[in-house]
Design a binder for this molecule. Sequence first.
Ligand code: GRF
Length: 209
Amino acid sequence: MVLLSGTGRTLRNLLDVTTSDNLPLEIVKVISTRRTVAGNDVARDAGIPLSIVRRRDMRTDDSFSNLIFQIVEYVEADLVVCAGFLSKLEVPDHYMGRVLNIHPSLLPLFGGKGFYGDAVHNAVLESGMRVSGCTVHFVDNAYDAGPIIAQRCVPVLPDDSVQSLAGRVFEQECSLYPEIITDVARGNIRMTSTGVQFSLDSASHNAGM
Ligand code: GRF
């Protein structure tokens, strides 16, 4: 199950690599929080059942999340993958460790409310940092703050614009996210009460650069 709010580039990439790399993943459903975003067309074009669940139509984060997880249970999805998903999610206890997100910075830097899209890369450029990157983490009930599974670094170059930096980071996202999703699906990476547990098969992710 993929959750999105935007252009669907991440969904497109997951569809591509699932087919081309023969990954043991099947996207059974997409939930979008917006009626007219390009991500909806990516799902429709791929023939994936799509539902629109808008946060603004629900009274609380709790009722919004309840509806989403009712759909997750209905379609019997094993994993929930956030792919450019911009709403706060409250994860029921029995789904902890089965919900993943990717963020376009080296969390915990440049994460949390307001840090999405260009705003993230703009803040990195303004900070003077010489590296940036992306982070895959388990989603818990704190925004952008669940246990970190893996990160990839990219250089920040002297003449970088928001667009050039965003492109360099997204390129890393396109390989890292499918790898981690596959490892979580295979049980090689698990969320524990103290963080993340890796089996030997998945250890190489920690050296990602
Ligand atoms: C990516 O930068 C990802 O890190 C963040 O959303 C962006 C992708 O959104 N979570 P989209 O797939 O282009 O809508």
